[in-house]
Design a protein around this ligand. Sequence first.
Ligand code: NCD
Length: 335
Amino acid sequence: MKHLLSAADLSRDEAVAILDMAEQMAATQAREIKKLPTLRGLTVVNLFFEDSTRTRISFETAAKRLSADVINFSPKGSSVSKGESLKDTVLTLGAMHADGIVVRHSASGAPYQIAHSTWTDASVINAGDGTHQHPTQSLLDAMTIRRHLKGGAAAEAPAGADRLTERAAALAGQDLSGLDVMIVGDVLHSRVARSGVDLFTTLGARVTLVAPATLLPVEVDKWPADVFYDLDRALAEQPPDALMMLRVQRERMSGQGGGFFPSPQEYSREYGLDARRLAALAPHAIVMHPGPMNRGLEITSEAADGPRSVIVEQVANGVAVRMAVLYLTLTGAKE
Ligand code: NCD
């Protein structure tokens, strides 16, 4: 695997192999010395044209744990603010012999443009492009779901490094077949939802999307997912094993005249995860959110911090998934 541009590019076996590798990476992270020599001598550039907290830090941590040299490049304070183009920026990075470029950009397709250009021969990993794709997010989501809902007791109870190896073995080879994943909220602007639908269905799960019609893309009927406009009805008719709440992406709504929903209060009432809906979930069901959360809008603090919430685990699993992806793309590219 030279690049990771879209969750839709992964076959079931490729996706399972990445998750298995991520479990092995996670097992190494319980050791006293977390650093592996795997990518020593290679350079990874984090090229983030759009704001990010956890994704950028997660990629940086992952690359450093694998002993790569890491360069963080963000356009503020660089020549990009002087109007330098994507092409010239990447040519500059190419001249510095970057082996991997992790890119986040507000334009859907920017990582493809870089990967398919002659500007660089580095591996390109998409860390979120516009409203299009965010493949490592859906992989860390799948890892979190698999760990909680597959693999039985050995997968559930992590304690000590030896148990982690046991857990990796219990999960190895498993996909998400038989599971119900429900994704709720601002699907229209969400690369997390698009990547999730692609990956979870490839892994055999059934995906249900719930949103007001104004926050669904026009082509949603062509997606391999069931669609509901009524959250309570969806929860009753297709009770989820994993319930993923999406952030209302207000920054992508400006300039479009607003009007995606009548008021924040009404959005919370119709589509928010509150105590009543939380209590209606199956006993084993988990609550997810990619972050950053709008507490009180799409999710209450009670739900975000409650015993079903795996939101902090999602962040931790992100490091393991990104270690696996960096390893597979950068070493695959060298062979
Ligand atoms: C997501 C993103 O940037 O696409 N966040 C993330 O990567 N953790 C989701 C979001 O911003 O709502």
